[in-house]
Design a protein around this ligand. Structure first.
Ligand code: GUN
Ligand code: ZN
Length: 437
């Protein structure tokens, strides 16, 4: 079969490394081309350069796509999201533990039904691509069929996705509760079917310490020890009531993080959602294991969970990723997440720059998920997952951006005012999978 060549022409921006926290990026950490182009061969980026340089080199049968006046970036990444909670976003008036019982668990019960899971997976992926998000680490429900449905839909669209079956063997409705070891066996079957297939990967998913017995957590730790290329995702220190409950349930462990350490669940491929109420010692313990904290600002604000201290994490050397945490989060859009992150940062005296924001949403998240050799940057050899942003998406955005004179100002205003309307097109694996118009 002959290769398919495409040349996407237009302004482009990508991070090559962490630009730092200042409003001037560190040297050689960012790439910007005003009249740039991305040369895609099949599913991969072949070259990135000025348009004139690449136009002279591409073969005659290349498909040319004109994105002049737009802004191309690597596809956005969401390090923690629950696809099974789309239907309970914006449910009123509860903090975490009541929110789980009153809204979340009833919604997740519906995923026992294959037809519901299949439809929800398709609608969720439609929404992700509309928002420019091309990769996510996803919580399914405790039903294996919710995972099969999700991976089937993601595979058909050739997406790079990480997902797993929720494990819970206590403190949840009977319809959602695993047999302690049966839930782990179900996970092993799903791993055999899906992990490493095309662009898919499996993440072990004990929901959080209160809903698993020590026996179940031990069994999960055992699976992880035997297959270190698997991911693990769970929740940590999100809410004060939750933390007090964990200390009652696991009195032998030194603290909440200690529960996960005691069951061998903390490693370089572990993502801990929230991690708000941690001290420096706990942050350093996470850093030593190379784990990452998924910062979920819109969820933390919506559920009143607290303000996550991003710079304290940086100081302690622990990686932070950026996540929507829908349905606790109020936006599936990476822009919504960045706006929340800025607001939380503003309340802590650590305002997020546009450079750092877009870095986190792309290469930073790819690094946290050990995918930075494949996605998150516009470089030769990377998979062609690309979002095309429209600075003229709305009259207001257009007007505001016309008042900017530097790229720093432009990226920041775009970050604060962007939303799903700003996403003109989304490409994954070298193919256009969303077109706004
Ligand atoms: N802690 C345990 N489960 C959940 C969940 O579904 N969402 C959030 N935000 N926190 C959790
Ligand atoms: Zn969550």
């Amino acid at each position: 079969m002959t290769a398919t060549h495409r040349l996407l022409r237009g302004p482009l921006f990508s991070c090559l490394d962490d630009p730092g926290e200042e409003n001037t990026p560190l040297a050689d950490t960012t790439l910007y081309r005003e009249d740039g182009a991305i040369w895609i061969v099949d599913g991969h980026i072949h070259a990135v350069d000025d348009h004139a340089a690449l136009a002279a080199r591409v073969p005659a049968d290349t498909e040319h796509v004109d994105y002049r006046g737009k802004l191309m970036m690597p596809g956005f990444i969401d390090s923690h999201v629950h696809y099974v909670q789309l239907d309970i976003m914006a449910s009123y008036g509860r903090e975490l533990l009541d929110w789980l019982n009153d809204y979340t668990f009833p919604a997740e019960c519906r995923f026992a039904e294959r037809a519901h899971a299949e439809t929800a997976a398709e609608r969720f992926l439609d929404e992700m691509l509309r928002a420019g998000t091309t990769t996510a680490q996803v919580f399914c429900s405790s039903h294996p069929v919710s995972v099969d449905s999700f991976f089937t839909a993601a595979r058909r669209r050739q997406l790079r996705m990480i997902a797993g079956k929720v494990l819970m063997d206590r403190h949840a409705p009977a319809e959602l509760t695993d047999d302690t070891l049966g839930g782990v066996r179900d996970s092993e079957r799903l791993i055999a079917d899906w992990h490493g297939r095309d662009r898919l990967a499996y993440t072990l998913t004990p929901r959080f310490a209160p809903t698993s017995t020590s026996t179940q957590l031990d069994a999960v730790g055992g699976v992880l020890r035997n297959a270190p290329d698997l991911y693990l995702q769970t929740h940590l220190s999100e809410n004060r009531g939750e933390i007090a409950w964990v200390s009652e349930l696991f009195p032998q462990s030194r603290d909440y993080l200690g529960v996960y350490e005691d069951h061998d669940l903390v490693g370089p491929r572990s993502t801990f959602a929230h991690g708000i109420h941690l001290d420096d010692g706990q942050r350093r313990r996470l850093a030593q294991q190379g784990a990452n904290i998924a910062f979920c600002p819109t969820s933390n604000l919506f559920l009143g969970s607290g303000l996550m201290d991003r710079l304290a994490c940086r100081e302690a050397g622990v990686a932070t990723s950026l996540a929507s945490d829908v349905g606790g989060g109020t936006s599936l859009s990476g822009f919504g997440t960045l706006q929340g992150a800025y607001q939380v940062g503003a309340l802590l005296g650590q305002p997020l720059t546009g450079w750092q924001g877009f870095y986190r949403l792309t290469l930073g998240n790819a690094r946290a998920l050990h995918l930075a050799d494949k996605i998150g940057s516009l470089q030769p050899g990377y998979e062609a997952d690309i979002v095309v942003l429209d600075p003229d998406a709305t009259p207001l955005l257009s007007r505001r951006l016309s008042q900017t004179s530097t790229l720093a100002e432009r990226l920041f205003a775009l970050m604060m005012l962007g939303d799903d309307r700003t996403v003109a097109a989304t490409w994954t694996n070298g193919q256009r999978v969303h077109n706004r118009d």
